[in-house]
Design a protein around this ligand. Structure first.
Ligand SMILES: Cc1cc2nc3c(=O)[nH]c(=O)nc-3n(C[C@H](O)[C@H](O)[C@H](O)COP(=O)(O)OP(=O)(O)OC[C@H]3O[C@@H](n4cnc5c(N)ncnc54)[C@H](O)[C@@H]3O)c2cc1C
Length: 318
């Protein structure tokens, strides 16, 4: 079922959902199931599964030179989507990225997803590789999320890359895109970022999932600006429970978001990591209660594969 239909069917009730990461290469899928099972009591209508592109590493050799190796640390997004749909009877939302994909590989991935009965995709550009200062698309790939979205829309119209395919089956994906309450780091300002977001909506996106934020004002202001710009699709807030002291430096660095002063101060004064986790949970509960009160369509949690904190927040909020 499409995310937009889930939201409509909820009739104004806030839904619960979450995102998981595929396990590190070599680890078992049971770890994924163990992370999902405790959260099923909150009846998530869908679960997102992230996509991780390949990385390039330099492996030192005996003669002092290096060999470049390519590795994908977290493969398996499509298979995990199919496995969790089968096991938990919920919709899975695979993330699709431009980075590392040719358009043909994207088309083939979409065919797989369609055959598996997956109704939703979240389309993203993906980040630059660690050794690159800015995002470098594949020469034969999509340059940004808008182009990737347009490819999915064309397939929804039965238009594949090969123009000569006669009577090709149209897919029917519900397509989500990312939004950034505190602006995407490449954008010169929030207004410009929202203008690009509007392009994605005009091109056919039907829901937006936001980057994590710790100050609800950022989300409320973002939604207000989007609405003023004519973006009228659901904007799903992304919630991350702060889980360790080091995250107050790490999260801003990796995700380009702010940690509010009150939260950072409280965490810095906490006597130990257990107290930090408790502060993170209480902060997220307060955030979620206010968001739910404001009538957000879904509270979407970045679990990073760990269910404990999300479970405690959901217990307090739903
Ligand atoms: C909810 C969510 C889930 C995510 N999941 C994943 C994941 O599974 N795997 C992963 O690798 N990454 C993931 N990311 C990270 C994401 O890939 C990065 O944030 C990436 O840098 C930007 O992706 P985007 O889709 O927002 O890009 P885009 O929409 O392409 O935007 C990128 C930048 O370009 C600008 N821009 C947009 N369109 C244009 C245009 N036509 N011309 C010029 N500039 C333009 C935007 O303002 C923005 O600054 C996720 C992010 C979010 C918020």
């Amino acid at each position: 079922m499409k995310i937009t239909d889930h939201i409509q069917a909820a009739n104004g009730r806030t839904l619960f959902s979450f995102e998981i990461l595929p396990p590190l290469k070599g680890q078992d899928i049971q770890e994924i199931y163990n992370g999902i099972a405790p959260l099923m009591e909150f009846k998530p209508p869908f679960i997102d599964v992230t996509y991780h592109r390949e990385e390039f590493l330099l492996k030192p050799l005996a003669d002092g030179t290096f060999r470049r190796i390519t590795t994908r640390k977290r493969p398996g997004t499509v298979a995990i989507c199919a496995a969790i749909m089968n096991r938990f009877k919920v919709d899975a939302v695979p993330h699709l990225i431009c980075g590392g994909f040719s358009k043909e590989e994207t088309e083939n991935a979409l065919i797989d997803l369609h055959f598996l009965g997956i109704d939703n995709v979240l389309v993203l550009r993906g980040d630059n590789l660690k050794h690159e200062t800015s995002f470098v698309p594949q020469p034969d790939g999509n340059q940004n999320a808008l182009e990737l979205l347009q490819q999915v829309v064309r397939m929804n119209q039965g238009r594949y890359m090969d123009d000569e395919l006669a009577n090709a089956t149209a897919t029917d994906f519900c397509i989500g895109v990312a939004g950034y309450p505190e602006k995407h780091h490449d954008a010169p300002n929030l207004k410009a970022d929202i203008r690009w977001l509007k392009q994605k909506v005009k091109a056919g996106a039907t829901f937006i999932t936001t980057q994590m934020f710790f100050d609800n004002k950022a989300y409320f202001d973002f939604v207000a600006t989007c609405r003023k710009e004519g973006i009228d699709i659901p904007i799903i807030p992304g919630i991350k429970p702060l889980a360790s002291l080091k995250q107050i430096a790490l999260l801003p660095k990796v995700f380009h978001i702010d940690i509010p002063e009150a939260l950072a101060d409280a965490v810095e004064q906490a006597p130990n990591e257990q107290a930090v986790r408790q502060i993170g949970i209480e902060w997220a509960i307060a955030q979620c209660r206010e968001l739910k009160e404001a009538g957000v369509p879904v509270l979407h949690f970045y679990t990073m594969g760990k269910s404990q904190a999300t479970k405690r927040i959901a217990e307090a909020v739903f």
